[in-house]
Design a protein around this ligand. Structure first.
Ligand code: SAM
Length: 336
């Protein structure tokens, strides 16, 4: 009789606050072709050296460690992930990891027209696209020179490639784009996209400066309810947004409120930077250097042990409201 080797079951990743960690945000680059006002400063170019970027082999190995520890979802992000060469190849490698149930991607969509079919074929299951304005000039101002048309072309290509639902992420800022809420709702109804509004977080100088344009999303929801009939609903995906549906349409609108109503008690995620630093909280500085372990060729079990130790120190919550000056690194480095 053939001898079947049974792998011992790994204990799930549980942090000190009894949160089950099953989601990794994987930053594959800190570079971006846009300079969104709340994210990266104009002219910024102090990026990680390519020699520090985790290679595809290193990424696959560390993600294998995570999936063996029970991680079921990976979101590829950045920076702009489509600015990293051969990204569909990496996506295909990750999609094959045993145990992975959901491989998603966050993008600004400027290069999506070219890459959407290959990403779909690689096994990317869901897409989130940042879009803060439907007015070309305003879009260019917010993004430091971006072309709205390239994003719209990217969105249509993603739809044609079969991605559904596509989630649009809009950072709402007072006197910048908060007059476009209704237009964005109609745009998403027309195209069958899901829409999520996000409060600006004080991450890096840019995020802090933009926080001055804070918009209360509860107020936005109240105003929307005057124009559209909104029904509370849920959306699969394990994220922190609270959703309503516009009656008589398929549109779901999510509100992500890290400032006015934080959701740290349900946090199920950690973030890995392009240079292999594991951050267990977006709003804290605690990190673990996994790159040096990968480059020292430690065993998979040693890697897993380090990940467990890091999650054993996951902070309870961010301090964005009480200590907005705390996080000096930019969002594009940690991975949005
Ligand atoms: N380039 C990709 C994109 O545009 O989606 C992925 C990276 S981007 C940093 C991920 C998300 O972070 C975007 O939706 C962006 O709007 C959001 N973001 C960046 N800085 C932020 C801030 N200070 N507050 C809130 N959201 C922020």
């Amino acid at each position: 009789m053939a001898c079947v080797k049974i792998q011992p079951m790994e204990a799930p990743l549980i942090d000190p606050f009894l949160r089950h960690i099953e989601y990794v945000r994987l930053s594959v680059t800190d570079r971006c072709d846009l300079r969104c006002s709340y994210c990266l400063p104009q002219g910024y170019s102090d990026f990680e050296e390519p020699g520090h970027w985790l290679t595809f082999d290193e990424i696959e190995r560390v993600m294998q460690a995570f999936t063996e520890l029970g991680v079921r979802r990976i979101r590829i992000t950045g920076g702009e992930p489509l600015s990293r060469g051969k990204l569909p190849e990496l996506a295909a490698r990750l999609a094959r990891l045993p145990g992975l149930e959901d491989l998603s991607l966050s993008t600004n969509a400027t290069r999506l027209q070219k890459h959407a079919p290959a990403l779909k074929q690689a096994g990317v299951t869901r897409l989130n696209v940042s879009l803060d304005s439907l007015k070309p000039e305003r879009f260019a101002t917010i993004t430091g020179g971006g072309a709205l048309q390239s994003v719209l072309d990217g969105l249509l290509a993603a739809k044609a490639a079969g991605f559904a639902p596509i989630k649009i992420n809009t950072v709402l800022m007072k006197s910048v784009n908060d007059d476009e809420v209704g237009d964005l709702v109609r745009f998403c109804i027309e195209h069958g996209f899901t829409l999520r509004f996000i409060e600006t977080m004080p991450i890096g100088d840019t995020g802090r400066a933009a926080s001055a344009q804070y918009v209360d999303l509860q107020e936005v929801q109240r105003k929307l309810a005057q124009e559209f009939a909104l029904i509370p609903t849920v959306m699969s995906g394990g994220g922190p947004a609270r959703y309503v549906q516009v009656a008589g349409t398929d549109l779901k609108i999510g509100f992500i409120t890290p400032i006015s109503q934080h959701f740290c008690e349900t946090c199920n995620r950690v973030r890995l930077t392009v240079d292999g630093q594991l951050y267990t909280c977006l709003g804290q500085d605690d990190k673990t250097d996994l790159r040096s372990l990968l480059r020292a060729r430690v065993t998979l079990d040693e890697l897993k042990e380090k990940i467990r130790e890091a999650i054993g120190r996951k902070p309870e919550r961010h301090d964005f409201a009480t200590q907005p000056e705390k996080v000096i690194r930019f969002m594009s480095y940690t991975g949005g």
